[in-house]
Ligand binder design. Structure first.
Ligand SMILES: Cc1cc2nc3c(=O)[nH]c(=O)nc-3n(C[C@H](O)[C@H](O)[C@H](O)COP(=O)(O)O)c2cc1C
Length: 150
């Protein structure tokens, strides 16, 4: 059984909707042998990361960057997980009101440093999530889980 870890900061209904869509996608029919573990970003530990086989990161865009909560997560796990988790797959969903450029740049830089490989392009949602946005998040969850499936 493979383990997929969702590390998320979910401070509003919009982010909760994205989180639920991603998690539903991970449970898609046909994806076998993948256990999903969800951890709020402020509680996720290096052990959670070491014990997982792939990752989905979820965050709002705050002040042109990742949320402080997801940044705190990366600060905690970066060096303890650097060697052991290289080449593992990841994906991310971000929610902002207008511009996610800085957050995407930071995510790219951090995950490149860790040596993680993108299982899917990031899903960026602006404003009230539409049906299409939720479908993209569902797909992101499904594709990332499928990348781990036997
Ligand atoms: C302090 C603060 C800074 C923010 N900075 C940005 C930003 O730089 N870019 C952006 O697109 N949205 C920004 N936002 C909007 C948040 O991303 C948004 O509030 C969050 O995703 C939750 O969405 P909701 O408020 O629609 O529920 C900011 C929000 C706050 C509170």
């Amino acid at each position: 059984m493979k383990r997929l870890l969702i590390v998320h900061h979910t401070p509003s209904p919009a982010l909760q909707a994205l989180f639920e869509a991603v998690r539903a996608g991970m449970a898609a029919e046909g994806v076998e042998g993948v256990e999903v573990v969800a951890r709020p970003a402020l509680t996720a530990s290096p052990v959670d990361v070491l014990e997982a086989d792939g990752y989905v990161l979820g965050t709002p865009v705050n002040l042109g960057y990742l949320s402080g909560a997801l940044k705190h997560f990366f600060d905690q796990v970066y060096y303890p997980c650097l060697e052991a988790t290289a080449r593992r797959p990841f994906a991310a969903y971000l929610h902002g009101n207008n511009d996610a450029t800085g957050a995407l740049r930071a995510l790219e830089s951090i995950t490149t440093g860790l040596g993680w490989r993108a299982a899917a392009p990031p899903a960026v949602v602006t404003g009230e999530p539409s049906r299409d946005d939720l479908e993209r998040c569902w797909e992101l969850g499904a594709v990332t889980a499928a990348s781990l499936a036997d």
